[in-house]
Design a protein around this ligand. Structure first.
Ligand code: MIC
Ligand code: SF4
Length: 645
């Protein structure tokens, strides 16, 4: 097979393996990105690799998540990241410069290159024709040290966009439609390649909304061709030399194709508590709302905020609604400040937040008890907003802004707002908040505050495994369930012992205590276990609590990789009936796991119920060796260095 965009880029970057569906391949990584809540762990691991300087074409450390600074922890972690970046030759984007994915798109994205990032929404850069993949921090650190990044060659699903969006229906509705059809697990081991005549009406920022939220499908990534719209975008960012045409061949082959008729698309909304719980806005119109939040890496571009400003101009936010807006970057904020749109937003009564992730990750603006919040974000997982009883609905900026004025969910199609003059031919380009690394790196002192604690490292795998089932959970458990993020916990991302007290807090508050009492053990999960973020804390914290393996119906891609990297064995039930039978605190025993890992299926004894059941492991030979070594860091050391993978 050949000729599609995905295979063209993978072929150019292939360093190991054969480019055929399902095979394990190693690809060369051109660029990496980290953000602050995953970054501290990533750089601690990079330091442990003993290299002198990063070996990528470019690596960037962003500060955008952990911004409240209610104690010393955030500021200390930011200083650590800034100094460690300087030491290892990494660019540093200062707090206030904006959200990593928005800035990366504006200032660093390059068609036909590869990117991995310690954040699940790294695929945003697929909007310019990059293969951009979210990964655990350790994999990003390894890429910085010059190692290849390993993936299973995913299937390529072409999404044919035909027709043209109606006014007030937007890119957000396209990706919500894909989620409606494919669900949150419909993209596992898949790359979505967008094409068709409809794409010519989509600007790069609109495409970025789609590739960004492709993460919610569980996809490896999503990609658009690099065409004239890409050229215009890069030109307007003063980066014409980064443009390169990238298109699929006319006879390109795909593993699957689906078509979306944009002309027929209507405004959509994802209901609580899952991004695939999609229905038309019309069906829910009139629902009373308490809060509207506009921003996040999905919908905080200049175009998005200009639409919002035009809708709000001369109007007032409804008396019972709190409207908050967080622009995606300094560039966006400065543009709307200089052209007066920000004044229209402020005059309407919006609360303007700084350029960061903010409420998207529960850093402030938690809704009131039982509150209904409309958000332009990408995730509405249970508890993520910081208020357990809140109901979060995901919508487009158009729906959000009009609803904020009315006080209830509103179908925007009857509104006639003129967006025709929003196009921009030249952005304000000012990279002064991106600090280049020092030339004299030897002199740089890495500053470590007291919040930075050592990360746990596993031991070599024992011959036999024995332990209790410490937790049994349902389908679609997210990393937000495993290790919640909010303004109280995010400052402790470099402090695994502290975080461990909150592991599975929204599901079962007793879990950490039980894990300690039982001296560790196993977790039983449902389908799509570990969906959502890339945070390796969702593996490192269970490791710290003694978890040896997770037996689930199926796993989300990044979380499975993070478990393996931590030396925790991901197993799936061969027969789903066994999921039903197994109980909390059952004692299980796995004989000769060292040998069994090489078999596709092996037997687990349930000592409590005096029964046996079969589990499956889907691992490459390298992953088996990583598990035996007790995680990827140990494995890399055993191989004699970071580059001998
Ligand atoms: C998210 O949107 O869930 C996050 C916060 O950006 C995470 C990263 C993290 O947990 O720090 C992600 O998407 O990977
Ligand atoms: Fe930040 Fe939200 Fe985007 Fe994650 S999804 S990177 S928290 S804006």
């Amino acid at each position: 097979m050949g000729g599609n965009l995905v295979y063209k880029i993978l072929k150019e970057h292939l360093v190991e393996g054969e480019l055929k569906l399902g095979a394990s391949i190693g690809i060369k990584i051109d660029q990496t990105l980290t953000q602050d809540s995953t970054g501290t762990m990533t750089y601690l691991q990079l330091e442990a690799m003993g290299i002198e300087k990063v070996k990528t074409k470019r690596s960037i450390a962003f500060i955008d998540h952990n911004m409240i600074q209610q104690g010393f922890e955030n500021a200390d972690d930011h200083k650590y990241i800034q100094t460690v970046a300087d030491k290892y030759g990494v660019y540093f984007s200062k707090p206030g410069n904006g959200i990593c994915h928005q800035i990366f798109l504006e200032r660093f994205s390059c068609p036909a290159e590869t990117l991995i990032g310690a954040d699940s929404h790294t695929p945003t850069a697929g909007a310019v024709g990059m293969i951009a993949i979210g990964a655990g921090g350790l994999d990003v650190a390894l890429a910085m040290s010059g190692s290849a990044y390993y993936i299973k060659v995913p299937k390529v699903c072409k999404i044919n966009l035909v027709g043209r969006l109606n006014k007030m229906v937007s890119a957000k509705d396209i990706i919500l439609e894909v989620l409606r059809r494919k669900t949150v697990k419909g993209g596992i081991e898949t790359i979505f390649e967008y094409g068709g005549e409809g794409i010519k009406y989509l600007s790069v920022p609109q495409r970025a909304t789609i590739t960004n939220m492709g993460a919610e499908l569980g996809a490896t990534t999503s990609i658009f061709p690099s065409d004239e719209n890409t050229l215009n975008f890069l030109k307007s960012q003063d980066r014409i030399s980064d443009w390169k045409e990238l298109k699929s061949d006319d006879d390109a082959i795909y593993d699957e194709e689906i078509t979306i008729n944009l002309t027929e698309l209507v405004s959509l909304v994802a209901k609580p508590h899952s991004p695939d719980n999609v229905e038309s806005v019309k069906n829910l119109e009139g629902m009373k709302i308490d809060q509207v939040a506009i921003g996040s890496c999905t919908n905080s571009s200049y175009e998005d905020l200009m639409k919002v400003a035009k809708i709000l101009k001369g109007k007032k936010v409804y008396k019972d609604v709190s409207l908050v807006i967080a622009p995606g970057s300094k560039q966006v904020m400065e543009m709307i400040a200089r052209n007066g749109a920000l004044a229209d937003i402020i005059s309407a009564g919006a609360r303007v937040l700084e350029n960061s992730c903010g409420p998207c990750i529960g850093m402030g603006q938690s809704p009131k008890t039982d509150g209904v919040s409309l958000r332009t974000f990408n995730r509405n997982f249970y508890g993520r907003s910081g208020t357990l009883s809140a109901k979060i609905y995901l919508v487009s900026p158009e729906v959000a802004a009009i609803s904020a004025i009315n006080g209830y969910l509103t179908n925007p199609t009857d509104y006639n707002v003129d967006f025709s003059d929003i196009k921009v031919s030249k952005f304000i380009v000012d990279d002064s908040m991106i600090i280049s690394p020092s030339t004299d790196r030897k002199e740089v002192q890495v500053k470590r505050g007291p919040n930075i604690k050592p990360f746990p490292v596993n031991t070599k795998l024992f011959k036999n495994l024995k332990g209790s089932i410490i937790l049994k959970v349902e389908d679609n458990i997210t990393t937000d369930h495993i290790i919640p993020s909010n303004s109280k916990l995010l400052p402790f991302r470099s402090n695994i012992p502290y975080l461990s007290e909150y592991c599975f807090n929204t599901v079962d508050k007793e879990f950490p205590k039980r894990a300690k009492e039982q001296l560790g053990g196993f977790i039983v999960g449902g389908d799509n276990y570990g969906q959502g973020s890339s945070r390796e804390h969702a593996a490192l914290v269970p490791l710290y609590l003694g978890i040896k393996g997770v037996i689930a119906k199926s796993f989300a891609r990044i979380h499975k990789a993070n478990l393996i990297n931590s030396g925790i064995i991901p197993m799936t039930f061969e027969n789903e009936e066994d999921y039903k039978k197994i109980c909390l605190l059952d004692k299980i025993y796995i004989d000769n796991i060292l040998e069994n890992l090489h078999e596709k299926f092996f037997c687990v004894s349930n000592l409590t119920q005096s029964t046996n059941f079969k589990v499956k492991v889907e691992l490459t030979n390298k992953e088996i060796e990583i598990l035996k070594a007790g995680g990827k860091l140990n494995y890399t050391k055993l191989q004699g260095g970071e580059n001998n993978e």
